[in-house]
Design a protein around this ligand. Structure first.
Ligand SMILES: Cc1cc2nc3c(=O)[nH]c(=O)nc-3n(C[C@H](O)[C@H](O)[C@H](O)COP(=O)(O)OP(=O)(O)OC[C@H]3O[C@@H](n4cnc5c(N)ncnc54)[C@H](O)[C@@H]3O)c2cc1C
Length: 511
């Protein structure tokens, strides 16, 4: 693509970068001022308050002006699901963004929906049943993942595709040997051991092409390359992909799982609108013996509410900064969870460019894979594709996070994604009408060894009247499903606490 052609493409930069996180404030100031000479549009959250919390500012805490049974902090899928289960209670749900959804949030371009984060759930996950319960009909993906390798599209990579990989025969054979060996591993029997080992231990004796494939797949799905991945998780994931039935059990909606958070907000709003506040950033959670005080900033004003219980559905890197008196051991455990920066770049084409599979893996590029936004409705009778929107998943190493801070940096990433996409195959060398990048600084925790077995059980332990939801409490991988399960566990704990009963025993993956 020539510089001239590129100049005509509009780049739109949106989304959160540094939500209450360890990034220098002066960089943010620069990012906010950087709009002047650029053609990119900027729309996104304001993290100034979170940064002040991070930097140790103690805000004035006005006396409580209202009392509730439960305050829920964070309006991602976990906070929304908690509110859904607490409709019989006097709850207050607080979200800092102007919209609900967190990392499961869909946007629209000229009436066409596209994802900015969470993409699909599987039929065996509780999220599938939950979606039905709130009134959504899950749509089948029914398209085993292909890969684009050396300019060739290989359908069903880990099925028949292994025979077609454009590699020398010994490399193809290694892929097959690896698949066979991984299928033979009894993960359930060896569970804990496998979740404490790095996946790279299992790739040592294989050619680098295999490692490259997994170092592309891992960051997209669980935020980590093979050295930082809990082996049990990667092995299970392969076993699911090549399972005996070979049935694709993934379900979604146009634009992904943002459909679930949108629906939750729609279901809750009619009866609970005045108990659901967006644009409300929590700056302090102060537990006392009879109640917990929660102070938040809304429209530039600080307010405090008191609650009998609080559910923190925020990620732990934020949670640990706002709770007063958090025990050191709990704070240290929360601090061990690592999060990657993970923007999603949507390429919007006004003509069909790629509709050959739902999710296609592209090792060796700036992005890991791309999803066809309207895949699950394409075969619906009467459906006509207006725009071919391709969502390019672009997980980044932690050390590159600062690139997202400036508009130029974010635009640079989007440009590299577009350049790599156009080089994939001759058919993808087409100019989009717009390129949208939704940047997120810390949206996905890394499923590292010991996280699931040792750290997550610690970080979900309640602190008297304060309870911990969010997907990062649950594991083994960051999913909408685990966000919902974390919420439901927290709700059970809250109900027990309010009834003066002992905390219920934790059930694994309880619905
Ligand atoms: C690119 C990407 C792709 C993904 N793909 C999938 C997928 O295909 N399938 C799947 O199941 N999962 C996927 N995930 C993971 C999934 O999106 C998350 O696990 C899930 O959305 C987490 O929901 P949550 O409510 O636990 O947390 P979040 O979504 O992090 O919600 C937390 C909320 O708290 C708010 N908040 C933070 N601080 C404050 C404060 N101080 N005051 C008030 N509010 C605050 C935030 O704004 C946010 O809305 C993906 C994630 C990413 C980033």
């Amino acid at each position: 693509m020539s510089a001239n052609r590129r100049d005509f493409i509009k780049f739109v930069v949106a989304g959160a970068v540094a939500a209450g996180c360890p990034i220098d404030l002066s960089l943010i100031a620069k990012a906010e001022g950087a709009n002047d000479n650029s053609s990119a549009e900027v729309d996104g959250e304001d993290n100034r308050i979170c940064h002040q919390v991070r930097d140790g500012k103690v805000f004035t805490r006005p006396p409580a002006s209202a009392r509730h049974d439960v305050v829920i902090v964070g309006g991602g899928v976990s906070g929304l699901a908690a509110a859904y289960r607490l409709q019989h209670r006097d709850f207050l749900l607080l979200e800092k963004e102007p919209h609900w959804g967190g990392n499961a949030y869909a946007m629209e371009y000229d009436g066409c929906v596209y994802g900015t984060g969470s993409a699909f759930t599987t039929k065996d996950e509780y999220a599938y049943r939950f979606a039905k319960e709130i009134g959504l009909t899950p749509l089948p993906v029914n398209s085993p993942d292909g890969s684009i390798i050396r300019s060739e599209f290989i359908p069903d990579t880990w099925g028949d595709g292994l025979d077609k990989l454009p590699y020398p025969a010994p490399v193809r054979e290694s892929f097959k040997k690896f698949r066979k060996e991984m299928i033979a591993i009894e993960v359930e029997k060896r569970g804990k051991e496998l979740f404490n080992l790095p996946f790279s231990d299992f790739l040592k004796d294989y050619p680098q092409e295999l490692k490259q494939w997994w170092d592309n797949f891992g960051p997209s799905n669980w935020g980590a390359a093979s050295e930082q991945t809990a082996a049990g998780l990667a092995i299970l994931s392969l076993q699911e992909m090549v399972g005996e039935s070979r049935e694709d059990d993934r379900y979604t909606w146009p634009g992904g799982l943002g459909a679930v958070t949108k629906k939750l907000a729609e279901v809750l709003s009619p009866n609970h609108k005045n108990r659901m506040l967006t644009g409300a950033t929590i700056v302090a959670v102060v537990p006392a013996s009879q109640e917990v005080q929660v102070t938040y900033m809304l429209s530039g004003e600080l307010r405090t509410v008191a609650a009998k219980a609080v559910i923190m559905a925020t990620p732990k890197f934020i949670t640990r900064r706002v709770i007063d008196g958090l025990p050191q051991a709990l704070s240290d455990a929360m601090n061990q969870i690592r999060y990657i920066p993970y923007p999603v770049v949507n390429l919007i084409f006004d003509k069909p460019v790629f509709n050959r599979g739902y999710d296609t893996w592209c090792p060796g590029n700036t992005f890991t894979d791309f999803i066809v936004a309207d895949w699950v409705v394409q075969k619906h009778p009467g459906y006509k594709q207006k725009f071919n929107i391709l969502s390019c998943y672009t997980p980044m190493p932690e050390q590159d996070r600062s690139e997202l801070l400036t508009e130029d940096g974010a635009r640079g990433i989007a440009e590299r994604v577009l350049r790599d996409f156009q080089k994939l195959m001759p058919e993808t060398n087409v100019d989009p009408v717009e390129v949208h990048i939704y940047r997120r600084g810390h949206p996905m925790y890394m499923s590292a060894p010991r996280l699931y077995t040792e750290i997550q059980p610690l970080v979900r332990r309640p602190m008297d009247r304060v309870f911990f939801a969010n997907t990062d409490s649950e594991g083994p991988v960051s999913t909408t499903n685990s966000g919902i399960l974390a919420a439901q566990r927290a709700v059970r704990q809250v109900e027990a606490r309010l009834a003066g009963r002992p905390a219920p025993k934790e059930k694994a993956a309880a619905g």
